[in-house]
Design a protein around this ligand. Structure first.
Ligand code: CU
Length: 285
């Protein structure tokens, strides 16, 4: 028991040490879209309910084990003969309770959330096409005729432990996606080769980019800032080297950025582009 206590304290101390906490978080990132907020609410609701159930069930169990002991004079029950009404009640009430929790307490808000997640078209003010490619992302604003590629800029020396790792190690790109704050944006994802997945945790969205298919999601980012994510579908040897960086800016800044992109030369077709990390390796050889 004492060693168990010591272990418990050790784990608590380790978890509370600042060094161990750096880069880790126990909760969701701060939600900046309606979807992320709804997801966090659902998560919190489910956590609270299951914690109450956990303590209730284990409390009852421990109480019963301690109180109804043989050495305290209790005799084991015998369950022969027809099931009586009281027994039926004990059998059926947990079913009824769990049914109610699953289908009403969780089910109704979950249904509401899923319908909201999938509603990509109502009031969408802009379309962004996201194409995954081994190993970079291509972004396109079809209505504006703007398209560009976005690839990792972390130097190969950092990846190979030849240099100290930067602040945004493996989460930095040459051309981040820029979006206006407060606008509902409909995203369409697809892929040029294998399945990738576009994921930004603060947006609460993650959608597979599947070759030959168009999949969609939406986001209305409510706060300006830089948001980072990653490809979250194992897509080859440099799967870990295709991050997502999104700069969310004011409407005016976005208009300026879009104008500068329009005047720039159009991006080369993705198939002809050599992925950045591979190019560095090729050069080194
Ligand atoms: Cu990928």
């Amino acid at each position: 028991m004492r060693s168990l206590c010591r272990l418990g304290w050790g784990v608590l101390l380790a978890l509370s040490s600042v060094a161990a906490m750096a880069g880790y978080a126990f909760n969701f990132p701060e939600p900046v879209t309606p979807i992320a907020r709804e997801t966090l609410h659902m998560h919190n609701l489910v956590m609270v309910v299951i914690l109450i159930l956990f303590f209730l069930v284990f409390g009852l169990l421990i109480y019963s084990f301690r109180t109804h002991r043989k050495d305290a004079g209790y005799k084991a029950g015998t369950f022969t003969g027809p099931v009586n009404r009281k027994q039926w009640l004990w059998v059926l009430s947990p079913f009824a309770l769990l049914f109610f929790i699953d289908y009403v307490v969780f089910g109704i808000p979950a249904l509401h959330a899923v319908i909201m997640y999938e509603d990509t078209k109502t009031d969408a003010e802009m379309v962004v096409k996201v194409t995954g490619s081994q190993w970079l992302w291509q972004y396109e604003f079809p209505a504006e005729g703007v398209s560009f590629t976005s690839r990792l800029t972390t130097p190969r020396e950092q990846i190979d432990n030849g240099a100290a790792k930067g602040e945004h190690y493996l989460l930095e790109v040459d051309n981040p996606l820029v979006l206006p704050v407060g606008k509902k944006i409909r995203f369409i994802t697809t892929s040029n080769d294998v399945i990738h997945s576009w994921w930004v945790p603060a947006f609460g969205v993650k959608r597979d980019a599947v070759p030959g298919f168009l999949r969609e999601f939406w986001a209305t980012v409510e706060k300006t800032g830089t948001y980072r994510g990653q490809c979250s579908e194992l897509c080859g040897k440099e799967h870990g080297f295709m991050p997502v960086v999104v700069n969310v800016v004011s409407q005016e800044e976005f208009a300026k950025w879009l104008a500068s992109k329009k005047s720039a030369a159009p991006a080369a077709p993705v198939a002809a582009v050599e992925p950045a990390a591979t190019a560095v390796v090729a050069k080194a050889q």
